[in-house]
Ligand binder design. Structure first.
Ligand SMILES: Cc1cc2nc3c(=O)[nH]c(=O)nc-3n(C[C@H](O)[C@H](O)[C@H](O)COP(=O)(O)OP(=O)(O)OC[C@H]3O[C@@H](n4cnc5c(N)ncnc54)[C@H](O)[C@@H]3O)c2cc1C
Length: 326
């Protein structure tokens, strides 16, 4: 028996959210008295060495020309082999776009219980409990399983990023037994939208803008971006700003956008609706800039600046530039 974690890969290597899950998986496996296994599917099998440093007992590598690029049916088939090879009873992965579809498909093929987008995991009486957040974090639901295999996708940033250490686990190659004809999808073309921006979910600092920029949205988000650039931060937004077309959806933070947990979240011209707080309420330090002293965001913020964002943002940017020597 084991707890198996799928290590997702992007063009930049392993996705850090996978290591957050791996860190928690070790805790879960210890509580269950079983081993931790990490599965590296396709892509660059050399990352097994990087994965080892995060302390799984075993790293399984499953490589094949058919797995060179991500396709759902191929990756699920390979992970089924990994589950079998590891004798896994618990399968965990980060609830990224790929993680969500893989976890759901894998669970249905294994006839396994599935808890999507869990925000916490624990073991009670030897059994796994997945905690799911519903109604914008107003209710935390404990999910238990009656199936022999349990699949959980974990909301990114639910657990801290572990520190890599001395690697002691073994690396084992598992033949995925796949050929091109087993795979149902063909990738016709890949167009990268990577602009080199800091990714929201990985960022330790985020500067977000909301409908408060309505007076001059282009200028408002330029000011948000200038502050973000000085701080090495990612740019976020409220849904109102996204719906109004001020900024693309990929920047949206909140219940129907991304969940973030940066060390510092600066919200400019954002009122603090419950659906926005659902996505950023776990930030370590929240700074709100709003011209309305009664805005609900100030109840959540550690520091509040009552003022016009068109004046406050450039002042902050200039001050940070000076202090950071930029
Ligand atoms: C099912 C559902 C899902 C949702 N999901 C999300 C989600 O994922 N993310 C999300 O953000 N919202 C979400 N919403 C929408 C949410 O309810 C709010 O409507 C939205 O968050 C409001 O965005 P805002 O704070 O930018 O705008 P507003 O609420 O309009 O607030 C704008 C703020 O800017 C301030 N302001 C105005 N001018 C200035 C200025 N010059 N300087 C400084 N401050 C200024 C105002 O005082 C005000 O507080 C969802 C709603 C529903 C129903």
């Amino acid at each position: 028996m084991s707890v198996l974690v799928w290590i997702e890969q992007s063009n930049n290597g392993p996705v850090p959210n996978s290591f957050e899950v791996l860190g928690k998986a070790k805790e879960i496996a210890t509580a269950m008295g079983v081993k931790t296994v990490a599965a590296v599917v396709g892509g660059d099998a050399a990352i097994a060495e990087t994965v080892r440093a995060y302390g799984p007992d075993t790293v399984l590598t499953l490589t094949s020309p058919a797995l060179a690029s991500y396709r759902l049916s191929g990756y699920v088939a390979a992970l089924r082999k990994a589950v079998e090879a590891a004798g896994a009873t618990v399968v965990l992965m980060a609830a990224t776009v790929r993680g969500r579809e893989i976890a759901a498909t894998l669970a249905s093929q294994l006839d396994a219980g599935y808890a999507p987008d869990a925000v916490d995991l624990r073991v009670e009486g030897g059994k796994l409990i997945a905690v799911r957040s519903i109604y914008s974090n107003n209710i935390l639901a404990d999910v238990t399983f009656s199936s022999p295999v349990q699949v959980v996708s974990v909301r990114p940033r639910s657990f801290p990023m572990p520190e890599p250490g001395a690697a002691s686990g073994e690396v084992k190659a598992v033949d995925p037994g796949l050929s091109e004809s087993d795979i149902k999808e063909k990738v016709v073309d890949v167009k990268s939208t990577d602009t080199g921006e800091v990714s929201l979910t990985d960022a330790s600092i985020i500067v977000s803008g909301g409908r408060g920029v309505a007076q001059d949205p282009a200028k408002g988000f330029e000011l948000v971006t200038q502050l973000a650039n000085v701080l090495g931060a990612a740019v976020g937004a409220s849904r109102a700003a996204v719906d109004a077309g001020y900024i693309p959806y990929k920047h949206q933070v909140g219940q129907t956008g991304k969940t973030v947990k940066p060390d510092l979240y600066i919200a400019a011209g954002i009122s603090g609706a419950i659906q926005h707080l659902a996505g950023m309420g776990g930030s370590k330090l929240i700074v709100a800039i709003n011209k309305d002293a009664e805005a609900p965001i100030f109840e959540k913020a550690n520091y509040g600046i009552v003022g016009d964002l068109y004046q406050v943002l450039p002042a902050l940017t200039a001050e940070f530039k000076k202090r950071l020597g930029k």
